[in-house]
Design a binder for this molecule. Sequence first.
Ligand SMILES: [Zn+2]
Ligand SMILES: [Zn+2]
Length: 139
Amino acid sequence: MSESMTFTGGCLCGRCRWQATGEPEFAGYCFCSHCRRMSGAGRTPFLGFTENRVRLSGQTSCYEDSSDASLGIIRHFCPNCGTRLYSVPGTAHVLRIFYPGSLDDPERFNPAFSIHASSCVSWESVPGQLDAFEGDVPA
Ligand SMILES: [Zn+2]
Ligand SMILES: [Zn+2]
């Protein structure tokens, strides 16, 4: 597998690292209130991979977020520096959703759509050139 097919990233302090091979299953922005509160920002960029393509190192802490989605989502972060690393959706345990701000090469993020666009706050904006969905990604 060539370097260009591997995404690598990690937390601010360097204890937690991740890598994923191949292209992401999806990449976009989330405007939901949970992402907003957890990140402190109006939108959260994300990219997802199936777990069989992901390698993690370093022990994370996690928070079980019982969001509107009935099965909740497990949010993993570095216990030392607090960097948000990845999430595992209750509706799709096989997915690992990462945050591209933690990429070693953040320019590789290529968002295709927005979700929970209707929750966008007045001081943030939904990118006009991307598909926008009211709720989660249509299956
Ligand atoms: Zn850290
Ligand atoms: Zn969200």
